[in-house]
Design a protein around this ligand. Structure first.
Ligand SMILES: Nc1ncnc2c1ncn2[C@@H]1O[C@H](COP(=O)(O)OP(=O)(O)O)[C@@H](O)[C@H]1O
Ligand SMILES: [Mg+2]
Length: 256
């Protein structure tokens, strides 16, 4: 079966003054359709670079990135991208922001409105559809950004530390919200985080990257069923997996 997202021997280099900096060194990774994969690794190991390539916002120096078996040549409505800094238009309401993401789809206004309502409901913001971003908490603003991505109904969600700026409690709530949404929509998710607990809680597989040069270090299977629960978070099995991921992130052997 064709992978939903496929990185094949992906290399990314940047020219430096006298040398070449290798940000990614022959990264190969397949993400299956409907899979939830998280990516962790030390700062600067190339996580964002990798995700941006799938988003069509960066190009590999060598190798290829495929979505549904087709090389990525640019952004597209089949892939929704959510960054840590939720870029909402401050002069638009929640509904306005979510509908804005649908402008480029060419859908009639009525259908845009219907899809926006649906997405807003999905993230639990229906009571705030007419609110301006400045009147919302950070978590709500991020939910609005997520609703905007969902409204377009992308096959693939690419999330780059989307909950990084949130406080611990909001973060946990957002994780559960996201998992609930994912279990209803069953899209393919590639989710970058620097939080090992978050990586394990969300994923079916955790991809651990190493730096200098950026590469895939280990892939840890999370053998816990969905839906994930609070009890699971405190279970010995969860702890065992978290420790394994933690160890491979923080005790990486230098590249050969
Ligand atoms: N435009 C660029 N020019 C030179 N180096 C870059 C550029 N963009 C990213 N890098 C370098 O590539 C590496 C990977 O960056 P990034 O993908 O943002 O890492 P991560 O998201 O894992 O923290 C970093 O060392 C970064 O400094
Ligand atoms: Mg990054």
């Amino acid at each position: 079966m064709t992978a939903k997202i496929s990185f094949r021997e992906v290399v990314k280099t940047y020219p430096m003054k006298d040398t070449t900096f290798t940000a990614l060194d022959r990264v190969s990774l397949d993400v299956a359709d409907q899979e939830f994969v998280t990516v962790v690794g030390p700062s600067g190991c190339g996580k964002s670079t990798l995700l941006n390539m799938a988003a069509g916002l960066a190009e590999p120096t060598a190798g290829e990135v495929l979505v549904d078996g087709v090389p990525v040549t640019g952004p597209g409505p089949d892939r929704g991208v959510i960054f840590q800094q939720y870029a909402l238009f401050p002069w638009l309401t929640v509904r306005g922001n979510v509908e804005f993401g649908l402008k480029l789809t060419g859908l009639p206004a009525e259908e845009r409105r219907r899809r926006a309502e649906q997405a807003i409901e999905l993230v639990g913001l229906s009571d705030f559809a007419d609110a301006l971003p400045k009147t919302l908490s950070g978590g709500m603003r991020q939910r609005c950004a997520i609703a905007r991505a969902y409204a377009v109904d992308p096959q693939v969600l690419l999330m780059d530390e989307p909950f990084g700026a949130l406080d611990a409690l909001t973060r946990v709530q957002m994780q559960d919200q996201l998992l609930r949404t994912w279990s209803r929509m069953r899209r393919t998710v590639m989710f970058i985080t620097h939080d090992v607990d978050e990586a394990v809680y969300l994923a079916g597989r955790v991809v651990v990257m190493a730096s200098r040069p950026g590469r895939v270090h280990t892939i840890v299977d999370v053998d816990l069923p969905y839906p994930r629960t609070e009890e699971m978070r405190f279970s010995p099995e969860f702890g065992r997996i978290r420790n394994a991921v933690w160890h491979s992130v923080y005790h990486q052997a230098p590249a050969a």
